[in-house]
Design a protein around this ligand. Sequence first.
Ligand code: NAD
Ligand code: UD1
Length: 334
Amino acid sequence: MKVFVTGCTGYIGSHTCVELLEAGYEVAGLDNFSNSKKSVLDRIKEITNKEIKFYEGDMLDKNILEKIFSENKIDIVIDFAAYKSVGDSVQKPVEYYINNVSSVLTLLSVMQKYNVKKLLFSSSATVYGTPEVMPITEEAKVGGTTNPYGTSKLYVEGILKDLAYADKDFKICVFRYFNPVGAHPSYLIGEDPLGVPANLMPYICKVATKELPYLNVFGNDYNTLDGTGVRDYIHVVDLAKAHINGIEKLNNTDKNLHIYNLGTGKGYSVLEMVKTFEKVNNIKIDYRIVERREGDVDECYADSSLAEKELNWYATLGLEDMCRDAYNFSLKKY
Ligand code: NAD
Ligand code: UD1
């Protein structure tokens, strides 16, 4: 069975390619390296001893997609290619909507042409906007997104819903990821953001490696146990493995559209994260409490029981694994 993975050298894409290759799938991949490095391909090969059939190019380019679908007998597509910086998306909404929404339409039109009708799509917990009830189930209201990145995911979910309704042969699985962190235990692949990280775990890693002096903790007056924001951090390897279960689901379902939260179901505060990181890695993380970050919510964690029930998937790695693996990967400079 051959899987086409867009954004295959990115953070979640690369970990998923490793799991796919190790599970015996053939993989064709596309990336334009707008947020990843070519050397990831060598490192995937080093981990698995197997190769991706790789194409360098842009998902907005119909010609490269046509080439991939005509040269490979693709059974299923996993779409990771997107821009993902919330702050950037506020500055460059048009670029974000083109890259995150138009590219999916290009992909879907080529899939239709080549009669490939199985798709796993990477969405985000951000589609829940400001969640009203914790933990968040898939039934919770979506919308009220506060930035173009979040809205782009919401738009694509709407497009996929319409397609699933219109074409009963199309089988679609939407994954709403919570907060993916950590790295592969080989420490050959992991999260490698450009510039100053916007997200918590990569920022802590840069403080640990002394590339940044201290962590800014965005507010300690939230309605949480210690006042700092609570999130559902999930190890990227657990997340990657869910895609194998997603493929099995799409191969054995009559339903056109499945939507699953992917999280651990447990929330941890910023300070709990800092303390665990310090303990596991035996390193001091300096921090200062600063103003709240605009748009942040008190807490956000998943009810992942639907994925457990229907995909037979649940997270097995804990916060200590996440902190250890993220730090060890950040010590490697690729
Ligand atoms: P990433 O930036 O590491 O990976 C995305 C990859 O896609 C990169 O390698 C980039 O070069 C590539 N890409 C982007 N636009 C492209 C295009 N037009 N054509 C070809 N390649 C393109 O991001 P990630 O963390 O691996 O995220 C993967 C997906 O999961 C994204 O859709 C993201 O929105 C979604 N997601 C991520 C998170 C997270 O915290 N990492 C959370 C929720 C959802
Ligand atoms: C962010 C994105 C969200 C995306 C999610 C996926 C923003 C505003 N939201 O969510 O769209 O779906 O990642 O992973 O970027 N924090 C600090 N100091 C920092 C960084 C973060 O205190 O330097 C705090 C935040 O206030 C929050 C927690 O750490 O309470 C987690 O933040 P972050 O890692 O940015 O993730 P989210 O905000 O949950």
